[in-house]
Write a protein that binds this ligand. Structure first.
Ligand code: SF4
Ligand code: SF4
Length: 463
């Protein structure tokens, strides 16, 4: 709020009314790259739940069964540690690329940016580009305006609900979910999450847009801690651009003291967060590169060299050399590589079975014949693989130890069975009252040793 001329200037309005940003469409190298990355990522999101892998959905987070299926690999609750490592990996990848290339994630891969772009595309499809949208917003309500608003909102809502439906399709088999939707027979939780995620998309990408990046995203606030003078940023070359001002083509503007910026404001008009890059580096800038394309187009028209706004570094702008390979790049890169190799090796070598040995609580041991000692156990065996398997069980630790089981061990994929086991040993072979024995479980399909588990074999007191 501007103070009256005769009023003091030391009070300032703390609340600023939000003004809608109408970014102008731009076609250029970076805009095409961004459209390509957005289409690829949206494609992955919407198509993945429809892929089958064997007899089940390729990517399915089956929470009731506590199994996450990702392209033939099944993760169980005991694999939760991998989730922690994958999150750490994602965070360090973000740090690494932010230090190297600035807010690459924000501009080209963040879901908020990508869905906002999709909503902007639909808005332009219905209402036209920036000028038409501004004109429509200012125009009084009419049949045409009403029809355009209803069409746009309906398109947004359908797209947002389909996004919510796809999201739930990662947790409930998507073919079952489709049947549920078509027959109006959805579960309460599925209905809730489709609506919740759908309206979150509608609100964030349709209405809040740049406000999510500016006021809600914590990354926008702390990413500057990862920046240094050698980090790639999108910047306006002030030395070259100033003094800005309009001019006729083919005049000697340098003689008039003008820089290369013709003050056309195209860089501001295309900006999805509504800032002026010429005011310097700002935390609101999501590095979408739209202003680079816009300014390059103007430079071409004026026959000036491109790059008045460009991907550059602060060092470069100050005329000092840029160092790409610097200590923090090596540190982040080294940690990233180590975790990546560690997680990859660990996942590829993880055991495909689990076994718990539970001793019979009713008796410590039995002596079915003089000189013979029997111990009874329950073995809980879990097949963590996505294939059924036959297993072989052996036990070591006492000479002549005999294993008696009443059933072959066959376990379906992702199932658990309990196998009662009796072990028989000659008393003379028991060196002490309690002896450590080892169960070995092997997959008979490939005779690869899967798992071993220790237990105690109890016998009478030796005198
Ligand atoms: S687009 Fe380029 S020339 Fe036009 S105002 Fe922005 S910086 Fe100046
Ligand atoms: S200033 Fe340029 S790069 Fe930054 S958000 Fe605006 S258009 Fe995108």
């Amino acid at each position: 709020m501007k103070p009256a001329n005769n009023e003091s200037n030391d009070s300032q309005e703390l609340y600023a009314k939000h003004e809608k940003v109408y970014p102008r469409i731009i076609f250029g190298f970076f805009s095409r790259l961004k459209a390509l990355s957005g289409a690829a990522l949206l494609g992955i999101y919407y198509i993945f739940p429809w892929f089958q892998w064997g007899d089940r959905q390729a990517v399915l987070f089956d929470i009731p069964a506590r199994q996450f299926h990702i392209f033939g690999i099944t993760f169980w609750p005991q694999d939760f540690i991998y989730l922690a490592f994958i999150l750490i990996l994602a965070a360090i990848t973000l740090f690494f690329f932010t230090t190297l290339a600035g807010r690459l994630w924000c501009g080209f891969a963040c879901p908020q940016t990508i869905w906002t772009d999709a909503f902007l595309w639909m808005e332009r499809l219905i209402e036209g580009d920036r000028q038409k949208q501004i004109k429509l917003a200012k125009a009084p309500m009419s049949m045409r305006k009403f029809r355009l608003i209803v069409t746009k909102q309906t398109l947004w809502l359908v797209f947002a609900l389909f996004t919510g439906f796809t999201f739930v399709g990662y947790f409930t088999p998507i073919h079952e979910l489709t049947q549920g939707v078509l027959t109006f027979n959805l579960g309460d939780w599925e209905t809730f999450w489709i609506l919740f995620y759908g309206f979150a998309t509608y609100g964030n990408a349709g209405f809040l847009r740049e406000q999510v990046c500016m006021y809600m995203c914590p990354y926008a606030r702390f990413q500057s801690a990862m920046f240094d003078q050698d980090t790639m940023v999108i910047a306006y070359d002030e030395k070259r651009g100033e003094s800005r001002g309009s001019r006729k083509r083919n005049i000697d503007y340098k003689q008039k003291g003008l820089g290369d910026c013709i003050n056309c404001t195209m860089c501001v008009q295309v900006c999805p967060v509504g800032i002026d890059i010429r005011d310097g580096l700002q935390y609101q800038c999501i590095s979408c590169s739209a202003c680079i394309d816009a300014c390059d187009e103007i430079m071409d028209k004026m026959s000036y060299p491109r790059g008045l706004i460009s991907y550059t570094t602060e060092n470069n702008l100050n005329g000092t050399p840029t160092h790409v390979w610097r200590p923090r790049i090596f540190v982040y890169g080294g940690i990233l590589l180590a975790i990546f190799i560690g997680v990859g090796l660990s996942i590829s070598n993880r055991s495909m079975a689990e076994m718990d040995v539970i001793r019979d609580r009713n008796s410590l041991f039995k002596e079915p014949k003089i000189g013979l000692v029997e111990n009874v156990y329950q073995l809980r065996i879990m097949n963590l693989d996505s294939q059924p398997h036959n297993y072989d069980l052996t036990v070591t630790g006492i000479e002549g130890l005999k294993l008696i089981k009443d059933q072959d061990i066959q376990i379906d994929k992702g199932s658990i069975i309990t196998v009662p086991i009796r072990l028989m040993a000659e008393a003379k072979n028991l060196p002490k009252r309690s002896t450590t024995i080892t169960f070995h479980l092997t997959v008979t399909d490939d005779m690869e040793s899967v798992i071993t588990e220790e237990a105690r074999f109890l016998g009478p007191i030796i005198r």
